[in-house]
Write a protein that binds this ligand. Structure first.
Ligand code: ZN
Length: 274
């Protein structure tokens, strides 16, 4: 498993298209930020070959593609797992290891003398946090997609679009040398502005597409299906995926709140004379 360098003592590895940051905090200890999509013994072998014990895993959020090695690191290294209560509540299945809760409002976490700043970044999920390593690498979880990833993404998963956009705007105001997006890699300080801009533009484009699909009265479900078809989704398992449909429905609800589409008795109507 290749260890990629971010800055100073901050490295990262790819665990099946989901990155885990590894921060060396001194005296043979490491702190991970997220732990990837796939459980891999190789992660432990690599750490142990470098004489490292994982003292903690800081979870940006508890989606399965960010937590695959938490149990392994907890049982083998005694790693303490940190996440917010909102994250725990958001995950439906039972979590098979203890979690130390962090505040959703951000702050800092000190582990073995190393200080990690945490920033509230809700929207993709409730209670998501970004963590800044002592080397100034701001690990944003899924709060931002890189430009490369965005170009390929059909529809970013967001639980609350308006909150997610507010989070992107807040990240735009931060000033760290490097940002690490969980699914694609590093974003430089210079690329941050454009990255935020494009992430927001992607959402606005989805809003416009959804609004323009409402040309006549239609049911929410019909609009969700029409949108999925319009972005090229053909696979029936994806078309029926409950959380994928929900992330689209939430965008429609946001359009209704903004007065871009009207909703009466569960039916959506176009706004006339726009
Ligand atoms: Zn996620």
């Amino acid at each position: 498993m290749e260890w990629m360098h971010a800055a100073g003592n901050t490295w990262f590895v790819d665990l099946k298209d989901a990155l885990a940051a590894i921060c060396l905090t001194g005296s043979g200890e490491a702190v991970l930020i997220d732990s990837g999509r796939e459980e891999r013994q190789e992660l432990l072998t690599g750490l142990e070959a470098r004489g490292l014990r994982v003292r903690a895993v800081l979870c940006t959020h508890l989606h399965r593609d960010h937590t695959a090695n938490n149990l392994l690191l907890h049982t083998r290294h005694g790693a303490e797992i940190f996440a917010t209560q909102a994250q725990i509540n958001d995950r439906e299945e039972v979590i098979p290891y203890p979690i130390t809760t962090l505040g959703e409002e951000g702050g800092s976490v000190t582990i073995g003398g190393a200080v990690f700043e945490s920033l509230p970044t809700p929207g993709h999920t409730p209670g998501q946090l970004a963590f800044v390593t002592p080397d100034g690498v701001c690990c944003v979880g899924d709060a931002l997609l890189t430009l490369r990833r965005l170009a390929k993404a059909k529809l970013p998963y967001l639980e609350d679009v308006d909150t997610a956009i507010a989070t992107m705007e807040a990240l735009r105001q931060t000033d760290y040398p490097l940002y690490l997006a969980s699914h694609d890699g590093l974003i430089s300080r210079q690329e941050l502005w454009e990255t935020v801009e494009e992430n927001i533009e992607k959402e606005l484009e989805v809003y416009r597409q959804l609004r323009d699909l409402v040309q006549r009265p239609m049911a929410m479900d019909a609009l969700v299906t029409a949108f999925m078809t319009s972005i090229g989704i053909r696979r029936s398992d994806v078309l029926q995926d409950v959380s994928y449909r929900a992330t689209i429905r939430r965008r429609v609800e946001s359009l209704v709140r903004a007065g871009e589409v009207e909703q009466r008795k569960g039916t959506l109507f176009p706004i006339k004379n726009r």
